[in-house]
Write a protein that binds this ligand. Structure first.
Ligand SMILES: [Zn+2]
Length: 265
Protein backbone atom coordinates (compact mmCIF):
# COMPACT_ATOMS: atom_id res chain seq x y z
CA UNK A 1 0.00 0.00 0.00
CA UNK A 2 1.35 3.45 -0.86
CA UNK A 3 0.60 6.73 0.79
CA UNK A 4 0.68 10.20 -0.68
CA UNK A 5 3.17 12.59 0.98
CA UNK A 6 0.33 14.71 2.37
CA UNK A 7 -1.17 11.72 4.15
CA UNK A 8 0.98 9.98 6.77
CA UNK A 9 0.31 6.23 7.13
CA UNK A 10 -1.14 6.73 10.61
CA UNK A 11 -3.94 8.86 9.15
CA UNK A 12 -5.39 5.75 7.57
CA UNK A 13 -5.68 4.16 10.98
CA UNK A 14 -8.64 6.22 12.10
CA UNK A 15 -11.45 3.85 12.91
CA UNK A 16 -15.09 4.40 13.77
CA UNK A 17 -16.63 1.84 16.13
CA UNK A 18 -20.36 1.09 16.07
CA UNK A 19 -21.88 0.18 19.43
CA UNK A 20 -25.51 -0.52 20.34
CA UNK A 21 -26.61 -1.23 23.94
CA UNK A 22 -24.42 -1.62 27.04
CA UNK A 23 -25.50 -4.13 29.70
CA UNK A 24 -25.07 -3.52 33.43
CA UNK A 25 -24.41 -6.19 36.06
CA UNK A 26 -28.10 -7.19 35.86
CA UNK A 27 -27.62 -8.31 32.24
CA UNK A 28 -29.36 -7.08 29.09
CA UNK A 29 -33.04 -6.13 28.92
CA UNK A 30 -35.68 -7.15 26.38
CA UNK A 31 -34.99 -4.15 24.10
CA UNK A 32 -31.38 -5.23 23.64
CA UNK A 33 -30.11 -7.68 21.02
CA UNK A 34 -27.65 -9.87 22.99
CA UNK A 35 -25.44 -10.26 19.90
CA UNK A 36 -24.74 -6.50 19.86
CA UNK A 37 -24.89 -5.81 23.61
CA UNK A 38 -21.53 -5.20 25.28
CA UNK A 39 -21.21 -5.64 29.06
CA UNK A 40 -20.29 -2.52 31.04
CA UNK A 41 -17.10 -4.24 32.23
CA UNK A 42 -16.01 -5.04 28.66
CA UNK A 43 -16.96 -1.54 27.53
CA UNK A 44 -14.79 0.04 30.27
CA UNK A 45 -11.83 -2.17 29.30
CA UNK A 46 -12.32 -1.26 25.62
CA UNK A 47 -12.39 2.49 26.39
CA UNK A 48 -9.19 2.17 28.44
CA UNK A 49 -7.52 0.29 25.57
CA UNK A 50 -8.61 2.98 23.11
CA UNK A 51 -7.41 5.76 25.40
CA UNK A 52 -3.95 4.19 25.65
CA UNK A 53 -3.82 3.97 21.83
CA UNK A 54 -4.53 7.67 21.17
CA UNK A 55 -7.30 10.19 20.61
CA UNK A 56 -10.93 9.09 21.06
CA UNK A 57 -13.76 11.35 19.89
CA UNK A 58 -17.03 11.59 17.97
CA UNK A 59 -17.35 11.50 14.18
CA UNK A 60 -18.83 15.02 14.32
CA UNK A 61 -15.78 16.42 16.12
CA UNK A 62 -13.35 14.39 13.98
CA UNK A 63 -14.87 15.76 10.77
CA UNK A 64 -14.39 19.30 12.11
CA UNK A 65 -10.71 18.58 12.91
CA UNK A 66 -9.53 15.34 11.24
CA UNK A 67 -6.57 13.54 12.83
CA UNK A 68 -5.72 9.91 13.62
CA UNK A 69 -8.29 8.83 16.20
CA UNK A 70 -10.82 6.23 17.23
CA UNK A 71 -14.40 7.44 16.82
CA UNK A 72 -17.26 6.16 18.96
CA UNK A 73 -20.80 5.80 17.63
CA UNK A 74 -23.92 4.25 19.16
CA UNK A 75 -26.99 3.19 17.18
CA UNK A 76 -30.65 2.89 18.26
CA UNK A 77 -30.65 5.28 21.29
CA UNK A 78 -30.79 2.62 24.02
CA UNK A 79 -31.47 3.81 27.60
CA UNK A 80 -28.13 2.24 28.53
CA UNK A 81 -26.39 4.77 26.28
CA UNK A 82 -27.42 7.36 28.87
CA UNK A 83 -27.28 5.35 32.12
CA UNK A 84 -24.06 3.38 31.46
CA UNK A 85 -22.09 4.55 28.42
CA UNK A 86 -22.40 8.31 28.89
CA UNK A 87 -20.94 8.50 32.46
CA UNK A 88 -18.06 6.22 31.40
CA UNK A 89 -17.29 8.48 28.43
CA UNK A 90 -17.43 11.61 30.61
CA UNK A 91 -15.06 10.06 33.16
CA UNK A 92 -12.49 9.64 30.40
CA UNK A 93 -13.11 12.96 28.65
CA UNK A 94 -14.38 11.19 25.51
CA UNK A 95 -17.12 12.13 23.08
CA UNK A 96 -19.38 10.01 20.87
CA UNK A 97 -22.22 10.25 18.34
CA UNK A 98 -25.59 8.76 19.27
CA UNK A 99 -27.82 7.86 16.32
CA UNK A 100 -31.46 7.90 17.43
CA UNK A 101 -34.92 7.36 15.92
CA UNK A 102 -37.08 10.38 16.90
CA UNK A 103 -40.22 8.28 16.29
CA UNK A 104 -39.10 5.87 19.03
CA UNK A 105 -37.30 8.11 21.55
CA UNK A 106 -38.68 7.53 25.08
CA UNK A 107 -40.11 4.07 24.34
CA UNK A 108 -39.34 1.21 26.75
CA UNK A 109 -35.61 0.52 26.88
CA UNK A 110 -34.73 3.69 24.94
CA UNK A 111 -33.38 7.05 26.14
CA UNK A 112 -35.86 9.96 26.32
CA UNK A 113 -35.44 13.51 25.03
CA UNK A 114 -34.37 15.05 28.34
CA UNK A 115 -31.64 12.40 28.69
CA UNK A 116 -30.47 13.05 25.13
CA UNK A 117 -30.48 16.81 25.79
CA UNK A 118 -28.37 16.23 28.89
CA UNK A 119 -25.89 14.23 26.82
CA UNK A 120 -25.79 16.87 24.07
CA UNK A 121 -25.15 19.62 26.64
CA UNK A 122 -22.03 17.71 27.77
CA UNK A 123 -20.60 17.67 24.23
CA UNK A 124 -22.10 14.44 22.87
CA UNK A 125 -23.43 14.47 19.32
CA UNK A 126 -27.04 13.39 18.72
CA UNK A 127 -27.65 12.36 15.10
CA UNK A 128 -30.19 10.61 12.87
CA UNK A 129 -30.83 6.87 12.55
CA UNK A 130 -33.98 7.54 10.49
CA UNK A 131 -37.46 8.28 11.82
CA UNK A 132 -38.49 4.91 13.28
CA UNK A 133 -35.93 2.35 12.13
CA UNK A 134 -37.71 1.37 8.89
CA UNK A 135 -35.06 0.03 6.51
CA UNK A 136 -34.39 2.57 3.77
CA UNK A 137 -34.46 -0.24 1.20
CA UNK A 138 -38.20 -0.60 1.99
CA UNK A 139 -39.01 3.06 1.21
CA UNK A 140 -39.54 4.66 -2.19
CA UNK A 141 -37.75 7.96 -2.93
CA UNK A 142 -40.63 10.09 -1.65
CA UNK A 143 -41.00 8.16 1.63
CA UNK A 144 -37.23 8.15 2.10
CA UNK A 145 -37.07 11.94 1.65
CA UNK A 146 -39.86 12.36 4.19
CA UNK A 147 -38.16 10.01 6.68
CA UNK A 148 -34.79 11.79 6.40
CA UNK A 149 -36.20 15.32 6.64
CA UNK A 150 -38.60 14.52 9.47
CA UNK A 151 -35.94 12.78 11.57
CA UNK A 152 -33.40 15.56 11.10
CA UNK A 153 -35.82 18.40 11.86
CA UNK A 154 -37.33 16.59 14.84
CA UNK A 155 -33.93 15.98 16.50
CA UNK A 156 -32.79 19.54 15.77
CA UNK A 157 -35.95 20.93 17.33
CA UNK A 158 -35.71 18.76 20.47
CA UNK A 159 -31.93 18.97 20.96
CA UNK A 160 -31.18 22.43 19.60
CA UNK A 161 -28.08 21.41 17.63
CA UNK A 162 -27.47 20.73 13.95
CA UNK A 163 -27.97 17.17 12.68
CA UNK A 164 -25.51 16.52 9.86
CA UNK A 165 -24.87 12.77 10.11
CA UNK A 166 -27.07 9.87 9.06
CA UNK A 167 -26.59 6.20 9.97
CA UNK A 168 -29.10 4.08 7.97
CA UNK A 169 -30.97 1.47 10.08
CA UNK A 170 -29.52 -2.01 9.62
CA UNK A 171 -26.84 -0.50 7.39
CA UNK A 172 -29.30 -0.74 4.46
CA UNK A 173 -28.24 1.73 1.76
CA UNK A 174 -30.31 1.97 -1.43
CA UNK A 175 -28.43 3.44 -4.40
CA UNK A 176 -30.29 6.78 -4.29
CA UNK A 177 -29.54 7.31 -0.56
CA UNK A 178 -26.44 9.56 -0.84
CA UNK A 179 -28.15 12.05 -3.19
CA UNK A 180 -31.38 12.17 -1.16
CA UNK A 181 -29.47 12.47 2.13
CA UNK A 182 -27.57 15.48 0.74
CA UNK A 183 -30.82 17.02 -0.48
CA UNK A 184 -32.26 16.61 3.03
CA UNK A 185 -29.38 18.46 4.70
CA UNK A 186 -27.05 15.64 5.77
CA UNK A 187 -23.33 16.06 5.14
CA UNK A 188 -22.25 12.46 5.73
CA UNK A 189 -23.73 8.96 5.71
CA UNK A 190 -22.17 6.36 8.01
CA UNK A 191 -22.32 2.77 6.83
CA UNK A 192 -22.08 -0.49 8.74
CA UNK A 193 -19.40 -1.73 6.32
CA UNK A 194 -16.04 -2.34 8.03
CA UNK A 195 -13.01 -0.29 6.99
CA UNK A 196 -10.58 2.50 7.86
CA UNK A 197 -11.56 6.15 7.77
CA UNK A 198 -9.45 8.12 5.35
CA UNK A 199 -9.30 11.87 5.83
CA UNK A 200 -10.90 13.65 2.90
CA UNK A 201 -12.34 10.47 1.35
CA UNK A 202 -15.77 10.73 -0.22
CA UNK A 203 -18.63 8.26 0.14
CA UNK A 204 -20.16 6.57 3.18
CA UNK A 205 -17.94 6.45 6.27
CA UNK A 206 -17.16 2.84 7.26
CA UNK A 207 -17.63 1.56 10.82
CA UNK A 208 -16.44 -1.50 12.69
CA UNK A 209 -19.36 -3.25 14.40
CA UNK A 210 -18.69 -4.07 18.06
CA UNK A 211 -20.45 -7.24 19.19
CA UNK A 212 -20.65 -8.98 22.57
CA UNK A 213 -17.93 -11.36 21.38
CA UNK A 214 -15.26 -8.69 20.65
CA UNK A 215 -12.14 -9.30 22.77
CA UNK A 216 -9.38 -6.82 23.55
CA UNK A 217 -6.82 -8.62 21.39
CA UNK A 218 -9.07 -8.24 18.33
CA UNK A 219 -9.73 -4.57 19.16
CA UNK A 220 -6.00 -3.92 19.53
CA UNK A 221 -5.50 -5.69 16.20
CA UNK A 222 -8.02 -3.37 14.52
CA UNK A 223 -6.17 -0.33 15.92
CA UNK A 224 -2.95 -1.70 14.41
CA UNK A 225 -4.73 -2.29 11.07
CA UNK A 226 -5.15 -6.07 11.37
CA UNK A 227 -8.38 -8.00 10.76
CA UNK A 228 -10.10 -5.22 8.81
CA UNK A 229 -9.91 -7.06 5.47
CA UNK A 230 -11.36 -10.21 7.07
CA UNK A 231 -14.22 -8.20 8.58
CA UNK A 232 -14.91 -6.66 5.16
CA UNK A 233 -15.01 -10.09 3.54
CA UNK A 234 -17.47 -11.39 6.16
CA UNK A 235 -19.63 -8.29 5.72
CA UNK A 236 -19.59 -8.85 1.94
CA UNK A 237 -20.79 -12.45 2.35
CA UNK A 238 -23.63 -11.32 4.64
CA UNK A 239 -24.50 -8.61 2.08
CA UNK A 240 -24.87 -11.25 -0.64
CA UNK A 241 -27.19 -13.22 1.68
CA UNK A 242 -29.22 -10.06 2.40
CA UNK A 243 -29.71 -9.36 -1.30
CA UNK A 244 -30.47 -13.01 -2.14
CA UNK A 245 -32.95 -13.57 0.70
CA UNK A 246 -34.48 -10.10 1.07
CA UNK A 247 -34.50 -8.26 4.41
CA UNK A 248 -37.22 -10.25 6.21
CA UNK A 249 -35.94 -13.71 5.29
CA UNK A 250 -32.36 -12.56 5.99
CA UNK A 251 -33.31 -11.51 9.54
CA UNK A 252 -34.88 -14.95 10.20
CA UNK A 253 -31.88 -16.74 8.69
CA UNK A 254 -29.44 -14.66 10.74
CA UNK A 255 -31.45 -15.20 13.94
CA UNK A 256 -31.36 -18.99 13.37
CA UNK A 257 -27.66 -18.87 12.59
CA UNK A 258 -26.96 -17.02 15.82
CA UNK A 259 -29.26 -19.38 17.74
CA UNK A 260 -31.40 -16.68 19.27
CA UNK A 261 -34.73 -14.90 18.86
CA UNK A 262 -35.59 -12.21 16.32
CA UNK A 263 -32.40 -10.24 15.77
CA UNK A 264 -32.40 -6.62 14.78
CA UNK A 265 -29.48 -4.35 14.09
ZN1 LIG B 1 -30.31 0.38 14.30
Amino acid sequence: MTHSPTQPPSATRSLALMYHAIAGPGGSDAAQDPHYTVSAAHFAAQLDTLQRAGAVTSVRDWLAAPRPATLLTFDDGHASNHTLAWPMLLERGMRADFFVNPGKVGQAGLANWSQLREMAASGMSIQSHGWNHRYFTELDARALREDLLRSRLSIEERIGAAVTLLAPPGGRMPAHLPAIARECGYRHVLSSAPGHLVIGATGALPRMSVTAALDLATLEGWLAGHGIARARLRYGVLGVAKRALGDRRYERWRARLLGQGEAVQ
